[in-house]
Each structure stands twice: as C-alpha cells, then as structure tokens.
Design a protein around this ligand. Structure first.
Ligand code: 26W
Length: 822
C-alpha cells in the first residue's frame, strides 16, 4: 500500500514500532503486559535482523559466483561480543531505533545490556578473529568465518572471598536470535577406525578410511554486518550431533541409556570451549573439536567450489583459507585427504592446491602454547591423517636433505614428528610446511619468530614469512563503546574517520586548542563517573572519578605481570604509610581478567589483588589517595565499558613474550596513555604516538636474553633494593592476608628463587616510570594534550589496515560491492 513502509525493512519510526510489537507478538508470542526485558530484546533483535536479511542473501548469492574470491577464516575461537548494538551502528539505524524504542516507553541501552554475550573465545586470538570479521565485511571482502558453536562458552567469573570461581556460561538459555540453522548443509565427520589400501578401477593405489564412529556437523549461520555497506558476510559455526539421535532398538530393549548414548557422546564435541589461554592440555576432545570444525569447513568449501561450477583444480583461485594459530592446522592433512582420497586428485597436484590455499598466523612464542599431539593419540583418532602426515614429512625431509645434506640436527628440528620421548606431531611445523604464507602479529613478534621458534623454517623458506600487525575495529571499540568521544571527534573532523582511521591525524591540531581539550577532558570525566557508579554497584567499592584511572585488563598470566602492577601499588602504600603527607595524585587501580581454571599461580595473583585491595581500600591513611578494584567477569561487554574510562593503560609484559596485544590499541584509541615495555605492538604504538607521549620502562628483548643467558639471580635485586625488599617482606608477612604467611608464599618464593618473568629486574624502572606518570598527570592540560595526540595517531591500528595487509600480501582478495535493488 502506497505510503506504508514494508514492515520488514522500513526505517520510519512508526514502521519500526509496528515491526517491533509485531515481532513481540508473532515471534516472541507475548503481549506487552506480560513481556520481560528479554522478550523486548528478542523482538528488537528480530526487527533489526529483518533489516539486514536482504543484504545477507545478496552477499550469500555473490559468493556462489565462480569469479568471486572468498576468504575463509578458520578459528577455534570467535569472541564476538553482543550483536545488537554493533548491528545498529553498522546498519546506521541506531538513532531511529532509539527513538522508536523510547517512544514505546522502553530504554534501548537496557535492551542492549540484556543480551547474553556469545563468549566463544578466551582472549586476544578470539577477539582478533571477531574484529577481523567486522573489517572484512566493512571492506566488502567476501568472507566466511568458520568455527565451533560451543554450547557453553568461556566461563563467567565470580569473585568469592577474593578468589575466582568459574560459573557455566549458559549463553543459549534464552535462544539466539542472531543465528539461522542450516541443517540442509550438514556434513558427516569420521573418527577413529582404520585405513584400507585398495587399487581403484584405473589400477591406481588408493586408501579408504573406515571410521570407528561418525558424527554430523550442523552449520549455524550468524550475519556479519559491514559498516555502512551492503555486505553482510557469514560466520558459520558447527554443532555436533549424532547421525541417529535416538536408537529405537536399544529403547525397545529397555536400554534407555543406550538409546541416547550416541547423541550424548557426539554432542560432547561442540559442548564447551577449552578455557586455557596459552597452555596446551593435549586432551583428545580438544583434537576432536579441532578436526570436527576443520573437516566440516573444508567439506563446505569444496561444496561451494563445485557448486560455483569450478573444479577442485582451481580451489586456490577462489578460496584463501587463513589458519588462526595451529588450532585449525590439521586442515593441511584433511584437505589432502579430501582431495586425494575423496576426489581422486594426484598427490603432487593436491599438495600444490593445498599449499596455495592455506596460510598460517602465529600468535604466541610461549613454548607451552605450541601444540604437539602424541602420535598414539593422533593415530587412534585420525589414522588416515597420521599416514598423510608421515607422507608429507618424508617428502619434505627429502627436500631438506637435498638442501642441507648430512645436517641431521636441522632435519630433527624441521621434522613434523618430534622423535624425542613420546613421539608427537608438531602442529606448527605442519602449518608451516602446508602454507604459502606464515605471519606473526606485530613487527617485533614476526622478527622473533624468524629468530627463534620458526628459525629453521625461516632459513629454509624465507619467502613465506611476513608480518601483519594486529588491529581492532573502531566501530565496536569507539563508535559503540564511546559515543560521546565519537561525537566530539565528529564535531571536530567530520565523520568518515570510522572507515579511514588515519584521518584521526586531523585531531592533532586540536591538542593545542584549550576549548577542545576542555571538552575532551569532560567526556573522559563523565565516562569515569559512569564507571565509578558501575564499580560501586558491582563490588561495593566507591572510587573517586577525579583520581587517575590506571587500568590493567587482560587474561591473568605471569608473563603479563599483573603481580608487578601489585608490587607498585604496595610500594605506594608503603610510602604513604611511612609518610602520609606524601604528595601524589590520587589513583584508582582497576584490574580485570580470567585465569585458566587449572592455572594456580594466576588464581593466586587474583587473590593477591583482591587481598591488597581489601587492606588498602579500608586503610584511612591511604584510602583517599589509593583504591584497588578487581572487577569480575572481564569480557567484551566489560571491555566496552572500561576502555573509554581509562587514563593509563598497563601493558607491562616481559619484553619478547606478548606477541602483540590488542587491548593496548583499544585503550590508546580512547585517549588513555600507555605505560609499557618495548614488547609486541607497544613498540609500534610508541612509534606512532611519539616517544614523548608514551611511558616506557624495562628491559628490551635483547637485554632479557642477555640477562637470562648470564644467569638471572632475582634474590640479588631483593637484597640490593631496600624498597623492593620492604614491599616483598610486607606481602610475605601476611599483612594482606590476615597474618597468614602461607597464602602468598608460592608467589613470593617464585619471585625470589626463579622469577621467570623478571619482575624484580624490571621493578625499579617500572616504579620510576610510574613516578613520571604521577608528575605528568598533575599537569592536566599537558596530559589531555598527550591523550588527544595518542588517539589522533592510532590510525594504523584499525583492523581495516590489518585486513588490507592480509588481502594484499597473503589472500589477493579484493572488495566486491554488493548491489541491492531498491
Ligand atoms: C592450546 C591453548 C592455547 C589457546 C589459545 C592460544 C592463543 C594463541 C593465545 C592468544 O590469544 N594469544 C594472543 O593473541 C593475540 C592476537 O594476536 C595477541 O595480541 C596476544 O599478544 C597473544 O597473547 C594459545 C594456546
């Protein structure tokens, strides 16, 4: 009817309201008088989903064209965060929807906050994958994210009596309006069993895999909107189901458990995310999960290739598949199996296609994070893949022998099989041999990769190595998280910078504008006040928004040195106890981060933070100048609330161990200054913002290596630094643990006798640097100036720049604008 907008696509306020209440009624089956906030959220989610569907289907259609290249991002983790707010920003319908919801007597932020966060990741690696999906769509590059639809994501964290407690993450309890199941595209996945060589009808040697069990992989698709474009890409997450979910024969024999056994066993595969960050556990289920989503995804890719009318000979011309760390690296063997065993390609031809299609990104140098699977476990679960890996290895080592005749040591290093002890498959080696490109995630990290863990591969195949420094999406981490600063920047430099972040440079001149500085300071002050209210509600701790907000949020890990931050806090406490009139700017220290459930030292660090906080926050001598807060359950939603409120960003890892960091980028973009070591992307942030706008401390990687090789004796630092000794002794004395000297003994002993992450060696440099921060903060005009310059010079760290680097150097992928007929 003329004049009446389509209910599904109209953006008029009245249309939006009608559509909203129609979805409440027809989808949620609720009338307003009985609707809960979750019902209203669901109704709004469906209303927004309706308005992206046309673009989604148009993008899906483009992917079927033979000439269109597709980027497949294989990741065991996608830390997406809540969808509603992000889609309102990317579809540019935030304002009309806000008005429609408010005119309906509801509060949009309340509906946005009720969404269960899909926490399908641990930390940096998973969130990077999410930022990259946002940039791929915003740059109109056809792409598919491939992962696992865990029924339970990363645990929710509660702090009970100062200790972390893990709570199951039932994110699907109300259902998920942002996914569409596609059972018609389910695939079968094999496990176990044995292999059977045979000769095919052309007399050629072939191998058949006779599985011990099979499960079905059911795809669930989530739309990935681009910012202000028609592209809506897909995140395809696989759920495991039993081929037969109910065994009637067993049931009829009264074996009720038997009747559902298959179902339970199969579904276990996609049941829960492994909550370990940077520590391998070598559990069979973890390898099952990795093979499950990789085989599902590769079968899906091959189906799309063939349905586009292409043959498999040109798979690499249509698909670029990126392996997000080694977690998907079984893809090298699985693609070979599918091409050779299932689609009958010749080995060499298949190998050429495989290496041209696959690429590998490394995210960590930590030895304990480099995946190795025992040959026995691998062979029992994936007998055919082990054969294929042995074949790949023997052909590879033949080449190595030609290149380095007689160099057995190098051969041993490069081999896909670690022959030492219990033989194991080195997944990083498999990923390197099976890829055409290998990259690190920051300039320093990529250099260290070439010098250390992947040195032998670098010497053998230097042409494969490159660097792509990480980035973060300014849509979620500025426009959605910090609308007030976004509005201020828009007023100053116009919009367009959200897709061309380099334009933030136009803010540089504003740093010298007192009026603008004042507005900038006010925005930060307001956000700090909001966070102070949130902290009070969440923890009962009152913080003063006029103090310096010093924030460290990231997974708890000894190499990230949250406990070095605590040593500084105790140093300030010690100083104030000795001299209460000590002149210093008031500081609020805010921590957040989850510890892997089995990581005792990390859990003890959380207890140290909460224990020091209990004493400091209640001590009248210091509490007006010092506050320590551990905010529970650090996740994407939490990050969106905290990054905009920060003034000082703590990036204090031991040089050489933080591959990149991405929180460092989010803090700086929101005007926080960084105190940090020359580690990961800190190096490039300091290059961009200027050394004068960065608080640098600590040893460089070379100094760390030198000290380690000359023999590091932490006890000598304890004895030669009076304040450090007093601080350590205070903690050891039980002062923060009700006199219990045992509670933190493991931590203290580790620092005094081992200190593998060299806290004591970097302590004085850190404390001195923090004193610099204190002095700088008290010149608030200059501080705000530095804050503006920090944000203005963060253009490089947009994930759009990272994706453009990948597209140009690794994927040869181009933008394919999507036409939508009106
Ligand atoms: C097998 C257990 C496991 C699980 C996750 C990981 C990830 C690689 C850990 C991770 O998230 N690494 C972080 O990746 C970020 C994105 O590149 C970097 O910014 C961080 O520096 C790096 O620690 C390793 C090992």
């Amino acid at each position: 009817t003329p004049g009446v907008e389509d209910d599904r696509t109209g953006l008029g306020i009245e249309t939006l309201k009608r559509a909203f209440f129609d979805n409440l009624y027809y989808v949620q089956g609720k009338l307003p008088n009985r609707a809960s906030t979750v019902d209203y959220y669901m109704a709004l989610a469906y209303t927004v989903r309706d308005r992206l569907l046309q673009r989604w289907l148009a993008t899906e259609d483009i992917l079927t064209r033979p000439e269109v290249r597709i980027v497949g991002y294989l990741s065991a983790e996608f830390l997406m965060g809540p969808h509603l707010g992000n889609n309102l920003i990317n579809l540019d319908i935030y304002a009309p929807v806000k008005q429609a919801i408010e005119e309906s007597g509801l509060n949009l932020q309340e509906l946005i906050d009720i969404e269960e966060e899909p926490g399908l990741g641990n930390g940096g690696l998973g969130r990077l994958a999410a930022c990259y999906l946002d940039s791929l769509a915003s740059l109109q590059i056809p792409a598919i994210g491939y992962g696992i639809r865990y029924e339970f994501g990363i645990f929710d964290q509660e702090i009970v009596d100062g200790w972390q407690v893990e709570i199951t993450d039932k994110w699907l309890k109300y259902g998920n309006p942002w996914e569409v199941a596609r059972p018609e595209e389910a695939v079968e996945i094999k496990f176990g069993g044995y292999t059977q060589p045979y000769t095919d009808d052309q007399g050629r040697y072939r191998v058949r895999w006779v599985p011990g069990s099979t499960v079905m992989g059911i795809p669930y698709d989530t739309p990935i909107t681009g910012y202000n474009v028609n592209t809506v890409n897909t995140l395809r997450l696989w759920k495991a189901e039993a081929p037969e979910s109910f065994d009637f024969t067993a049931f009829n024999q009264g074996d009720y458990w038997g009747a559902v056994n298959d179902k339970v066993v199969s579904e276990t595969i996609s049941k829960v995310l492994y909550p370990n960050d940077e520590q391998i556990q070598g559990k069979q289920l973890r390898l099952q999960q990795q093979f499950f989503f990789v085989s599902c995804s590769l079968q899906d890719v091959i189906r799309r290739q063939l349905e586009s009318g292409r043959t498999l000979d040109t798979l690499h011309e249509k698909f670029s598949l990126q392996m997000n760390d080694t977690h998907p690296s079984v893809a090298v063997a699985e693609l070979m199996r599918l091409l050779v065993d299932e689609h009958m390609l010749e080995w060499d031809h298949a190998w050429d296609i495989t290496t041209r299609t696959l690429a590998y990104t490394n995210h960590t140098l930590l030895p304990e994070a480099l995946e190795k699977w025992s040959v026995s476990l691998f062979g029992s679960l994936l007998p055919r893949h082990l054969e294929i890996i042995f074949e790949i290895n023997s052909r590879f080592l033949d080449q190595v022998r030609l290149r380095y005749p007689g160099d057995e040591a190098r051969l041993g290093q490069l081999s896909l099989i670690d022959e030492g002890g219990d033989r194991s498959v080195r997944m990083a080696n498999l990923a390197c041999v099976g890829s055409h490109a290998i990259n690190g995630v920051a300039a320093l990290h990529s250099e260290l990769l070439k010098k250390t863990v992947l040195h032998d591969f670098y010497e053998l195949m230097p042409e494969k190595f490159c660097n792509v420094t990480n980035g973060v999406t300014p849509r979620r981490w500025l426009a959605l998280s910090n609308p007030r600063l976004t509005a201020l920047i828009d007023r100053r430099i116009g919009n367009g910078w959200l897709t061309h972040l380099d334009r933030l440079r136009e803010l540089e001149s504003a740093a010298d504008d007192a009026g603008f500085r004042h507005e900038w300071r006010m925005v930060k002050r307001d956000i700090k006040a909001d966070l102070a209210d949130h902290i009070a509600n969440r923890t009962g701790i009152s913080v003063n928004p006029d103090t310096l907000f010093d924030i460290q949020v990231k997974r708890i890990h000894e190499y990230k040195r949250q406990h070095l931050n605590v040593l500084h806090i105790v140093t300030l406490y010690h100083r104030l106890k000795q001299n209460p009139n000590q002149d210093m700017a008031g500081r609020t220290f805010i921590f957040g981060g989850k510890a892997a459930p089995g990581y005792d030292m990390a859990k003890r660090i959380i207890k140290l933070i909460t224990s020091v906080g209990d004493v400091v926050n209640k001590d009248p001598d210091v509490s007006d100048r010092l506050r320590v807060v551990f905010l529970p359950d650090y996740n994407v939603t939490f990050g969106q609330r905290v990054y905009p409120a920060a003034e000082l960003s703590e990036q204090i890892s031991l040089a050489g161990l933080e591959a990149s960091g991405t929180g460092n980028m989010k803090f700086s973009m929101n005007g926080a200054l960084t105190i940090g070591t020359l580690d990961g992307a800190n190096v490039e942030i300091r290059e961009e913002v200027g050394a004068e706008n960065f608080f640098l401390f600590g040893m460089k990687t070379e100094e760390v290596t030198a000290l380690r090789s000359q023999g590091y004796n932490p006890m000598s630092y304890y004895h030669s630094n009076e304040t450090l000794k007093a601080v350590i002794d205070l903690i050891a004395s039980g002062h923060f643990s009700h006199g219990d000297r045992e509670l933190f003994r493991p931590l203290i002993d580790n620092l005094l006798y081992h200190d593998p992450y060299m806290l004591l060696a970097d302590y004085q440099s850190y404390v001195d640097c923090q004193d610099q921060v204190d002095r700088a903060y008290r010149d608030s005009e200059n501080w705000v100036r530095m804050s503006i310059l920090n944000a203005a010079r963060m253009g490089k760290f947009s994930s759009d720049r990272s994706i453009q680097d990948y597209a140009q150097t690794i994927w040869q992928a181009d933008a394919v604008p999507i036409e939508i007929e009106a």
